[in-house]
Ligand binder design. Structure first.
Ligand code: DGL
Length: 283
């Protein structure tokens, strides 16, 4: 640990809020020796309702914060932030390895039998060049039906994981995809895996649900190995979660989202705050 209480060399993971914890938990499972610092930018959630420029500027601030504190690789555990800023960040920090996220259209297109793939994500994710290029690369022979999951990020952030209101909202969003004949459902927002059991209850008999988090964790492992950046010690990794929102609320959400102990090492939640466009740790 450094004087500010963060590990000295870590995997930096970020999202607009608690959604990226669905990616973090896979990283913690697959890479148990790695130290990880997670940043949830809850002061600005949801990213999916903001302009690409705005999300790009938040993402740059978060990445600068993680790099300043010792990140060795950055995992953008947010489809909206990846859509708005992955190319930009790679240009801005050419020496930094980034792992971005994109809706898992490729495996869905390979697996579909009906020839129709459903993708549910936020508006920002569908707007970026990343999604357009994804369709060009992998969806030439299948029909991709998209649905903006309005209100779902807010429901997860509010902890409304199993309420009748959330179920009604999900039914409304999933109905057009079922009607279109999709047999694959791509979760294109990292908040949505926390609604997975409800989603499967609604469409589980006609659609396979695809969450890209395990693939993102595998890709993170590959990048670490390729760059020679793997943790060189056998102890369990330390995990620090920083939020630009309320620390007690974030800690309570973590307990709800991760009912089984996923962690073996230390885990703590810290406050971070935006000041004049820069992000800083609250001591
Ligand atoms: N969890 C994020 C994603 O994967 C963004 C949610 C949001 O803030 O709109 O897109």
């Amino acid at each position: 640990m450094t004087h500010c209480g963060l590990p000295s060399r870590f995997i930096g993971v970020f999202d607009s809020g608690v959604g990226g914890v669905s990616v973090w938990r896979e990283i913690a499972r697959q890479l148990p020796h790695e130290d990880v610092v997670y940043l949830g930018d809850q002061a600005h959630v949801p990213y999916g309702l903001r302009s690409l420029d705005e999300v790009r500027s938040f993402s740059e601030g978060v990445v600068r914060f993680l790099l300043d504190h010792g990140a060795k690789v950055i995992v953008i555990a947010c489809n909206a932030a990846s859509a708005a800023s992955l190319y930009y960040l790679r240009n801005l920090f050419p020496e930094v390895p980034f792992v971005g996220m994109e809706p898992a259209v490729k495996p869905a297109a390979e697996r579909t039998r009906t020839g129709v793939v459903g993708v549910i994500a936020t508006r920002t994710t569908f707007q970026g060049k990343l999604f357009a290029s994804l369709l060009q690369r992998y969806a030439r022979d299948v029909r991709v039906v998209t649905e903006v999951g309005s209100g779902l990020v807010e429901a997860v952030e509010a902890g409304a994981l199993d309420t009748p209101e959330t179920e009604e909202l999900l039914r409304k969003h999933l109905a057009p995809l079922v009607e279109a004949g999709a047999d694959q459902l791509v979760l294109g927002c990292t908040h949505y895996p926390f609604l997975r059991s409800m989603i499967e209850r609604i469409v589980g008999d006609c659609m396979a649900v695809i969450d890209p988090a395990p693939a993102v964790a595998r890709q993170t492992a590959c990048v670490l190995a390729r760059e020679g950046l793997e943790a060189g010690y056998p102890r369990a990794g330390d995990h620090v979660f920083c939020t630009t929102g309320d620390v007690a609320d974030f800690a309570a959400m973590l307990e709800r989202l991760l009912p089984q102990p996923v962690l073996q090492g230390n885990c703590e939640v810290r406050a971070a705050r935006w000041r004049e466009g820069r992000l800083e740790l609250v001591e």
